[in-house]
Design a protein around this ligand. Sequence first.
Ligand code: ADP
Ligand code: MG
Length: 259
Amino acid sequence: MTHVSSPALLEVSSLAKAFGGNRVLQDVHLAIGRGEIVGLLGPNGSGKSTLLNTITGFEAIDAGSVRYAGQEIGRLAAHRIVGQGVARTFQLPSMPQKMSVIEVAMAAASAHHGFWETLLRGRAARRAEQAARDKATRLLDEFLLTHVRDLPASALSGGQKKLLGIVCALMGDPQLLMLDEPTAGVHPNLRNDIVQALLRLNRQGMTLVIVEHDMHFIREVCSRCIVLDRGHIVASCAPQELSSNERVLQAYLGGGTSQ
Ligand code: ADP
Ligand code: MG
């Protein structure tokens, strides 16, 4: 394993997760240091999304621990984990039917800041709303969604929903952002904008974990790769070492349990 300066920002130990008899994650150990950009690779069905889901509280873990900034978060609900500065995007984002793009982004701000915001009244509530609107406007611009800001979010293309998912995750100013296939289904013209935006966020101090299949993207963006195969971590190495790493190649060529 590549050395991570301690204490790690995220530390997963002995994590296990099964669905019925399907043991999807087994004895997963990983450590992510502050400021890293880690690519999470592996064949379809190897457990990448489930790993993100368990770390962020969207699925309960069966065993093991997840520590974030030194605190155990392995059994916290998703909204509590978000409140601590961990945000994520979804592989297949679903959007509410009746909200516009900017409304969805603004709603994400209160989801991140928790229920205290709902207790605000009068001027304080208006100030919080204006701050959320300003931030949503800036992020929609950065992720090339200004021209669709008043459309229903459910009408966006798959790629645009991915971008809106990133905007929503950023509304809470996370320290750790986990992205599930951020460029899948995104038009190639937008791909470079996403790459540049993620590198910029990282320069500003954000730690990133990115589930990704595109090797160009991984070489361009990631400082380290972690490879999952059938629920086990089989490698942690620099992107340049991927092609010379036999276990990684085996994972890609011979591995995979489902689509
Ligand atoms: P990946 O993201 O690497 O493609 P997933 O984490 O989505 O893989 O899936 C890993 C395995 O876990 C698959 O066999 C999948 O069918 C199963 N799985 C994932 N989520 C659920 C769920 N909510 N219920 C039952 N099985 C699930
Ligand atoms: Mg997945």
